[in-house]
Design a protein. Sequence first.
Length: 497
Amino acid sequence: MSLSEIGMLIFVGYLGLMVLIGIICARYQKNMDSFWVAGRNIGLPIMIMAMMASVMHGGAILSGVALAAKDGGVAILPFISMALGTLIVLVYFAEKLRLMAGYTLPDYMGERFNSRFLRGYSALIVALSSIIYLIAQVRVMGFVLQQLLGVSFTTGLLLGTAIFVFYVTFGGFLAVVWTDVAQFWFMWLGLLVLVPGLYHLVGGWSDVLAKVERVAPGWTSPTGVSWSWTYLVSWYVVWLVAYATRVELVTKIYAARDVNVARFALPLNVAMIILFLLYGNFYLGAAARVLVWDRISSPDQAFPVLVTTTVGPFLAALALTGIISAGMSTTSSLLIIAGASIAHDLLRKCYYEPHGVFKSEKFYLRISRITILIVGVAAFLGAVRTPELILVLVSYAVAVLGVTFFFPLLFGLKSKRVSREAAIASAVGGSVVTGIWIILNLMKVPWATQLHPALPGLAVAFLFIVVLTRYTKPVPRACLAKFFPEEARLVSSVSAE
């Protein structure tokens, strides 16, 4: 049987499993808690697998291999940043966010800083960044389904989009979590089946690094074959901030059964991801540069072509299905987040309830599902005509999100002094500067391309939050009570009197 025939059988089986999970989970979607945070009842083993599957998106593998093959050893750089970023979540964010019992990061922004504007602005940033992020993930599925099923790129995009929109729309966050668990195992299986073939062709770690250095001098150096030191440093900063504010990761904290689950899942998740990427990006990137680089027209084709070169049709179909599952695990998380941000934060908390209009939970769930559909369609249309390297697209999305949320989260959860005005200026000023810098990068302005867009945005965001906190008043104690126990006790004592 050919790869496309075997691929069709495996893909149909995978598709059936995803649809079945969506249908089963749909039976448990009774209210907003069940749809957006799975009833806040996710235990430790499931949380670890769901976190890893949602963070290790298809772009992290497909375009991670592409980036490593193209630029060299710099592909290893996100590892330290990822560990440090997740450590920030563990030490500073996890406990207070779980105790807050919210739904989204815009929920935090609105509650902590007592600002409907900041909540609404944050919700729009989440929705916009999710679309950019989803464009990258949909492109992953288009590339892989093209190779797996022998269909056109556009048909692959359409198939992938239709699947994840279906099971998220009907099954909610519970479907996201359980499909994440299934996709966790598919991802591992998809990469591990390549080990024997690759070892035979390029050898172990030392062998493949020696070979890649011969064909691409400088590949194993800290800056790789093409990066400047300034861009290298800015890339480190981008991924540090990205993982500290990764909405798929942080939002899952809200769904944890308790604080201990939220805290213990994070370091275990980091250890597994680092192990995963050391092989899934660095080793595979070197192998792709050695074996297939002269046979591809786009870096993002490196992984699919490497797979078909290394193993037979059946194992190739398994490997490519594993990458599809990686893409779907992240897209499903982003869809549910986008739906909750628009329905809960923008419409419910910023528009209806402040004007004295109280809608049923079924109404907001319906809005959330409509939003999921619209975001999915927008991502599909964007993916059809987007030429950028997938991981570059992802870095733009996480840059906007990171700059918007990083300092309001970091300072807002550690200091009671941070004011509403400081948080608004930091989030808006930083994200606007980042957006302008992204446009300059896309226009290939030489001086702008020396820094990743997140770096100037972070500088502006930091400056605003530090300076304005000094000269503005903190929010009322009642707003701080959810995040600082001592304030909660003071508010309670005053109420009792």
